[in-house]
Design a protein around this ligand. Structure first.
Ligand code: ADP
Ligand code: MG
Length: 752
């Protein structure tokens, strides 16, 4: 029995899924697999594990597993569920790539989808679990898709063995045909249970014009206007990335400053109310607006300008061209402390305690304004949001099909995503969504976001599948199959890395090469195949600790603070400028001298990790040296994890993590270079030759094997100022010598 606090119990009863508990649990009892659909905030993530727990699914040998595509969600949801159930985190726990609090007492385990995939490798039948919940299936993350494919086979196998297991697929949208109408995946389609969420009407306000240049500035002005003109209610702003989020936060805080000490009194609240200049009659109108079905936008209440509560003061009216825009800008940049705004950033790299702030009540007398990336789209529900401001864009990782080099690009989101974002405004009362684009532009958005698996290279997945002895990956029951081209490229890369057996006959054997012993070792490392290859080679000349440190730092996102980051204040701005020169110098120092330079930016990573560990990996050290503390802690954990993984594969290894790791010797540097190149062979470039220069801008360019145009060293690279000499030892091919410093993140196409 679960002993919940009365106020929690009360809050639960208001959640739409609670009304469906009987129906859901009956379907679970009667079917091996079900699909549960419900709007974000309807209670799927927090309540489904509790239903299962109370129905006894964790009282036998097996536990309840629930996967999330994002780490943020795995951690915060496990904490929330533990709190709601009044159970310790030893019982309701989480496991993400580097950390977790799982114990032998754990009954409900939240984890990232990647973690569960690794567990399937260890025990294909997942005997530890009595039920697996795949959450946020609508996001169509690659691991989610693969897990559903694998579980579609595992569940019947378990039932045949007399160890029944349940699968629950949860989605925030109704678009689940890829799972249900897919005979290859589920020969008899699983039942779909739809939870009717209490969704209040959200009126959509399109812009007449679509700002292409300074959409961040437009977002800022729109948010200012909402805060000045409209009745109380939280504002949720959607932007594409961390830098934009900080920029808008800074400008909003400046425009509507609030001091905690003065706003904690009731008096301030009064002033706040009095100074708000909204029109009361307009407020009433809002309630009568039509109800919008978020999954079916065929009948859009298009109200470009006319029904806009901001009419008369809104940019829509003057079409961004008139003088009003300038006036507005001046007004917005001026500080107005009479209407304080409580501005919070939200993005996935933000420290967890900062992220948690959005769930807490905002200080009395202030309006909450969360400036977020698309993490706020479906996985986290922020209470009290009445206004959504949507830039309509999303930052996505794109892969160059030719080079496999990835980069982040901002592009239009899908109609489905934009509607999800709009829906965030109608959770507690009727809301408003301000879209910074016209309805015509919206009409051109793709209807749904593509499944991630169709947009990225799949060599890691192919290797994992081969290791599970799924040789014919083409026959795998993918909810959406990757292109034949992508599968082929993956197979070729894996063969070239030695992870798969070379096909005796390319044509005949294509796409079904079995895994090699090296491939199996590589598959056991929790990193991409090219990095796994480096680890597998790392034993020579005692290089392994260095290889581990480099691989760990290459697979963690953003180890360096962004030196180009917009400052939060004037003060910070001058501090940043001073810092920048010093931090660049630091990076050059880490790059080393003499032979170390042969490792280029990889040596900078190694130097940074070494120096940081030597100093005890403290937040202070990271701050003064321009390193992201969260990333450094992740690297430390990953080093431990990779060291264990390597020792497990090779018992006589005995490698350990040395916090006082000495810099590599000259011969180690040379050896390291070869090892690292073995994984990055297709990412190398050589200096452009005189006769190849077709454009004067190409002078400092480098040629890669796969591109016609040259690439350039990024200004943030330690090698930018002093490009490397052709190295004494190099991997050579038909074209001559190659240099190793062009990591994907330091390449960009076109002269800087
Ligand atoms: P779904 O998974 O269907 O999107 P959730 O189970 O995540 O819904 O959320 C249900 C409700 O619980 C939401 O209304 C949300 O506001 C609330 N909630 C979730 N996490 C927290 C939290 N950490 N603090 C306060 N409320 C929360
Ligand atoms: Mg959820």
């Amino acid at each position: 029995p679960v002993d919940r606090m009365p106020e929690i119990q009360e809050a639960r009863l208001r959640l739409p899924v609670l009304a469906e508990e009987q129906v859901i649990m009956e379907a679970v009892r009667e079917n091996p697999c079900i699909v549960l659909c419900g709007e974000t905030g309807s209670g799927k993530t927090t309540q489904m594990p509790q239903f299962l727990y109370e129905a006894g699914y964790a009282s036998g040998k097996g536990i309840i597993g629930i996967t999330e595509p994002r780490r943020v969600a795995a951690v915060s949801m496990s904490q929330r569920v533990a709190m709601e159930m009044n159970l310790p985190t030893q019982v309701v726990s989480y496991q993400i790539r580097y950390e977790g609090n799982v114990t032998t007492d754990t009954k409900i385990k939240f984890m990232t989808d990647g973690v569960l995939l690794k567990e399937i490798q260890k025990d294909f039948l997942l005997q530890h679990y009595s039920v697996i919940i795949i959450d946020e299936a609508h996001e169509r993350s690659v691991y989610t898709d693969i897990l559903i494919g694998l579980l579609s086979r595992i569940v019947p196998l378990r039932n045949k063995k007399g160890l029944p297991m349940k699968l629950i697929i949860m989605s925030a949208t109704l678009r689940v045909e890829d799972f249900t109408d897919n005979k290859k995946l589920f020969p008899s389609p699983p039942p779909v249970i739809k939870v009717d969420a209490r969704q209040f009407p959200v009126s959509i306000h399109f812009n007449k014009r679509t700002p292409m240049e300074d959409y961040v500035g437009e977002i800022f002005h729109k948010t200012c206007k909402i805060h000045r003109m409209l009745p109380p209610g939280g504002i949720l702003v959607f932007l594409t990335g961390q830098a934009e989020v900080h920029d808008v936060c800074r400008r909003l805080r400046k425009a509507f400053p609030f001091r905690r000490s003065t706003t904690d009194t009731g008096k301030e609240e009064e002033t706040f109310k009095d100074t708000r200049r909204f029109k009361k009659d307009k407020q009433k109108q809002a309630v009568a607006l039509p109800r919008i079905h978020l999954d079916n936008y065929s009948a859009l209440p298009v109200d470009e300008g006319d029904e806009d509560q901001l009419a008369g003061v809104d940019d829509d009216e003057c079409g961004y061209e008139g003088c009003e825009l300038d006036l507005g800008e001046d007004e917005d940049e001026k500080a107005d402390p009479s209407i304080p705004l409580y501005v919070l950033p939200l993005y996935s790299l933000l420290a967890p305690e900062q992220q948690a702030k959005v769930f807490q009540a905002s200080p009395a007398g202030t309006r909450l304004c969360v400036v977020a990336t698309n993490v706020a789209e479906t996985s986290l529900t922020i209470p009290g949001i009445k206004y959504v401001v949507d830039c309509g864009r999303v930052k996505k990782r794109y892969y160059d099909r030719v080079t496999g080099v990835s980069s982040f690009k901002v592009s239009w989101t899908s109609q489905a995503s934009a509607n999800q974002r709009a829906g965030r405004a109608g959770r507690t009362e009727p809301g408003h969504c301000y879209r910074l684009f016209s309805s015509a532009v919206f009409g051109d958005f793709s209807e749904f976001s593509e499944a991630e698996i169709t947009r990225r290279p799949v060599e890691d997945l192919v290797l994992q599948m081969k290791d599970l002895n799924i040789d014919k990956v083409v026959n795998f029951p993918f909810p959406t199959a990757p292109s034949g081209e992508a599968l082929m490229a993956a197979e070729q890369l894996l063969v070239s890395l030695g992870a798969l057996e070379e096909p005796p006959h390319i044509e005949r054997a294509k796409l079904s090469c079995p895994v090699t012993p090296l491939g199996r070792a590589m598959a056991s490392f929790p990193v991409a195949p090219r990095f796994a290859k480096m680890l597998a080679l790392g034993r020579q000349q005692d290089c392994l600790p260095y290889v581990i440190a480099v691989v760990a730092s290459m697979t963690v996102r953003e180890i360096f603070e962004d030196l180009e980051r917009p400052a939060a204040s004037e003060d910070e701005s001058s501090k940043l400028a001073q810092n920048k020169a010093r931090l660049m110098q630091m990076r050059r120092l880490w790059a080393g001298q003499g032979p170390s330079l042969l490792l280029g930016d990889l040596m900078v990573l190694l130097g940074a990790v070494g120096a940081c560990e030597y100093a005890g990996c403290t937040p202070q050290f990271c701050e003064t040296n321009g390193l992201r503390y969260k990333a450094m802690v992740e690297i430390r954990r990953l080093r431990g994890q990779l060291t264990n993984a390597v020792n497990a594969v090779c018992s006589e290894g005995g490698v350990f993590v040395d916090s006082k790791m000495a810099p590599p010797t000259e011969s180690q540097v040379i050896c390291l270079r070869q090892i690292l190149l073995a994984g990055l062979g297709d990412h190398l470039a050589r200096r452009i030759r005189e006769e190849e220069i077709l454009d004067p801008k190409w002078k400092n360019g480098y040629k890669t094997p796969l591109l016609d145009d040259p690439v350039f060293i990024h200004p943030s690279s330690a090698l930018f100022k002093k490009p490397p000499e052709p190295p004494s030892i190099a991997v050579s091919n038909r074209e001559g010598l190659w240099i190793p410093q062009l990591l994907p993140q330091y390449c960009h196409y076109g002269p800087p």
